[in-house]
Design a protein around this ligand. Sequence first.
Ligand code: ZN
Length: 275
Amino acid sequence: MDVMAAANIFPTHNELTETDQFIVFFGERLATRQTKFLWNLSEINHLLGGGDKLIFIDVSADGSYYLLQVDEDPTGSLGANLQSLRSLLFSQSELAFTLAGKAAQLIDWYGSHRFCGACGTETLNHPEQRAVICHSCKRHYFPRINPCAIMLIVDGDKILLARSARFKSNFFSCLAGFMEVGETAEETVAREVREEVGLEIENIRYLKSQSWPFPSQLMLGFIADYKSGDIVPEPGEIEEANWYHVDELPVVPSADISVAGELIQYYVRQVRGQS
Ligand SMILES: [Zn+2]
């Protein structure tokens, strides 16, 4: 919370400075102009006032980043277009996606915690922390992330890839699933693999994670070795799952935008002796 303590979560207009930068959201989309997605104070000054909401996102060496939520379409006055968060994955820098992802998660979280889940009283923003408070029953609510495990199952020079039954696409990717209450991440990996393809695995090792703001997941990426069993796709979940030689892969996600793609690329490099 050190970063939060140094910044004002809900600044007033006269606390803003020229080194601050702003991401402007109108509804669920943000204002961009080609690759520009950060706006400075003089550019967005005319949008302040009325029903705008300003929320601190993050701080960098250059200044603070704020989310500016506006009620009226800002595209005309900014000379901007409106872009969805998902489209930023493919068209913008990693910084844009990270900051806009945080902003979108904050919009979603504040918007869905306007009332106390226990007693129904309207919540108030905590003045110094990323939290809302119920003054009636004294509960504090903090932003919630939903951890998921994503795992690449490997067997020597072959990897297991699957096509989802729920998202119609040509992509083959890693298996994945939400962690359940009381589970360790490794237990989630073993359970999901058993449920989705009927295989037993061993030697589960963590590789890396990724924030996935659709709406607020934390993807924990693992690699695990095949141990036993034959592939039995789970009806309704897995359309198709197969072993693929690392030199003969189907269409897989890009390593630029997803931890699934990174897991695949990492293992393919390992098999080929490049890392
Ligand atoms: Zn309450």
